[in-house]
Ligand binder design. Structure first.
Ligand code: SAM
Ligand code: DTB
Ligand code: SF4
Length: 336
């Protein structure tokens, strides 16, 4: 790292040897310097005024065997959420067509599973094939995966697999005890091995320290190659979960996390993910300035509310943003 931590030329080239001290200098830089650098690097690799619209669908809701402290769907927490079985393929495909008609270019299907069961692989593959044939980018998040399952998802046309590290290695067991950090890294390895793009990020606002946020970013930015897609979620505090009354997060800290992700993983698609329902338009605009290039659209995320389509439409108009066609993955962009 050169003397000037925020040197645009240096930061524009992906690197994989980030240390916590270097990352802290980026994360804690004066806010204006941080945002200027993040936007400058963003423009080197991404269209400045385009934001991808992605749509989520919960294909299997609730009753999950994991104890993730933030999650409405864990069987460990009393959240009043009604559990349901795996959705029929035709219903998933009609939701995907609706998402496409309303402007989404990416369709992400989430299941409240600890891990994918072999008996469900055929149905999930049919969903992926169907969504892909609608011309949408496909992403699924189904818990832990075995290597042969990852290969089958790839063969069905899966573009991205989402599996988050969620927080730093140090803070992780304050939030989740039923699977380890290394379990997650192993699944990510299998995803990559199968040739599927990795979608991996975390949550900000779970009571973690600044060092934990920096720790998460270092974990992500030392994966070589970087995750092609990095969702940064703002905690949605769900009543009945252990984090239902977590201390509200300072918006500037959230923007810092987005900007640092952009600078530490310059080619990755950084996604402003959960938590926009509670954010002002101005805070979201700062997230775009910091380098976010995707949002989830539609009135529901998986189980929690998200802004109305009209509200997001007005935000795009007022900021002069255009909806992005599915961006190609960084490796493909590098070859272009
Ligand atoms: N069950 C699968 C798994 O965890 O591997 C997939 C679904 S899970 C809902 C996907 C991700 O959504 C989590 O890893 C977490 O980062 C994010 N998430 C879940 N609940 C959230 C909440 N209340 N606020 C913010 N992000 C949340
Ligand atoms: C991710 O990182 N965020 C999305 C997606 N991956 C699957 C999920 C957000 C879920 C928010 C809480 C809910 O609606 O249940
Ligand atoms: Fe289950 Fe995923 Fe929720 Fe954790 S985040 S409880 S694994 S659905």
């Amino acid at each position: 790292m050169p003397a000037t931590v925020l040197d645009i030329e240096t930061l524009s080239k992906p690197r994989f040897d980030w240390t916590p001290d270097e990352a802290a200098l980026v994360y804690r830089a004066p806010f204006n310097d941080l945002l200027f650098a993040a936007q400058s690097v963003h423009r080197r690799h991404h269209a400045a005024n385009s934001v991808q619209k992605s749509q989520l669908l919960s294909i299997k809701t609730g009753g999950c065997a994991e104890d993730c402290g933030y999650c409405s769907q864990s069987a460990f927490h009393e959240t009043g959420l009604k559990a349901s079985k795996l959705m029929p393929v035709d219903e998933v495909l009609s939701a995907a067509r609706k998402a496409k008609a309303s402007g989404a270019t990416r369709f992400c299907m989430g299941a409240a599973w600890r891990s994918l069961k072999d008996r469900d692989v055929d149905a999930v593959c049919e969903m992926i094939e169907g969504v892909k044939s609608e011309g949408l980018e496909t992403c699924v998040t189904l818990g832990m995966l075995e290597a042969d399952q990852a290969k089958r998802l790839k063969a069905a046309g899966l573009d991205y697999y989402n599996h988050n590290l969620d927080t730093s290695r140090e803070y992780y067991d304050k939030v989740i005890t039923t699977r380890t950090y290394d379990d997650r890294l192993e699944t990510l390895g299998r995803v990559r091995e199968a040739g599927i793009n990795v979608c991996c990020g975390g949550i900000i606002g779970m009571g973690e320290s600044e060092s934990d946020r920096i720790g998460l970013l270092v974990e992500l930015a030392t994966i070589d190659p970087h995750p092609e897609s990095v969702p940064i979620n703002h905690l949605v505090a769900v009543e009945g979960t252990p984090l239902g009354h977590a201390k509200p997060l300072d918006g500037f800290d959230f923007v810092r996390a987005i900007a640092a992700a952009r600078l530490m993983m310059p080619r990755s698609v950084v996604r402003l993910s959960a938590g926009r329902e509670g954010m002002s338009r101005e805070l979201q605009a700062l997230c775009f300035l910091a380098g976010a290039n995707s949002i989830f659209v539609g009135e529901e995320l998986l189980t929690t509310p998200n802004p109305d389509l009209e509200v997001d439409g007005a935000l795009f108009t007022d900021l002069g943003l255009e909806p992005m066609a599915a961006p190609s993955a960084p490796a493909e962009r590098a070859a272009e």
